[in-house]
Design a protein around this ligand. Sequence first.
Ligand code: XMP
Length: 180
Amino acid sequence: MERDIDRTLYSREQIERRVQEMAAEIAKVYHDAADDLVIVPVLTGSIIFVADLIRHLPFKMRIGLMTVSRYRGATTEGGATQILRDLTVDIKNRHVLVVDDILDTGNTLRAVSEQLMEREPASLRLCTLLRKPSKAPKDLTADFVGFDIDDVFVVGYGLDFNDHYRNWPDLAVLRPELYQ
Ligand code: XMP
């Protein structure tokens, strides 16, 4: 796996520090709503991020799972967002925090937000580990962002290429010849 990596964007130590900071920001915002929060990780890319993040949140919460597919293994854009598995918990009148790995074109988080808003949550906020400001639409605001990055294809720490590399502990860029 290591020989496929071109460079590290953020090391595991940098990620760990930033995830702790994000958890502190989130804990502050939900101070009054703590214990009534539903975390909705957008699977599969957010699995490692959400596992680390929630262990730094000092209050009770529920987790509602939702599986979404967009790129279907390729690094190129195209294809509508597909909800492959719908939410597993009731969110009506509850505070919801959607957690995703990356806000790229924003299509995924927009589709997920629209679906969730129909269920009348008390509030809905978006948290993403990575954001590509050059591509993310201006009208889709993420409330919590780990790192703003250039428009490069990222793997590791839950992010995949063809369902591989999710277990690489750093956020990294693949060697271009592997996907171009
Ligand atoms: P959109 O464009 O809908 O993309 O904001 C969100 C979803 O697409 C996947 N994605 C990536 N996956 N490296 C990845 O491994 C990337 O650079 C990348 N860009 C988008 C990801 O599943 C994300 O939730």
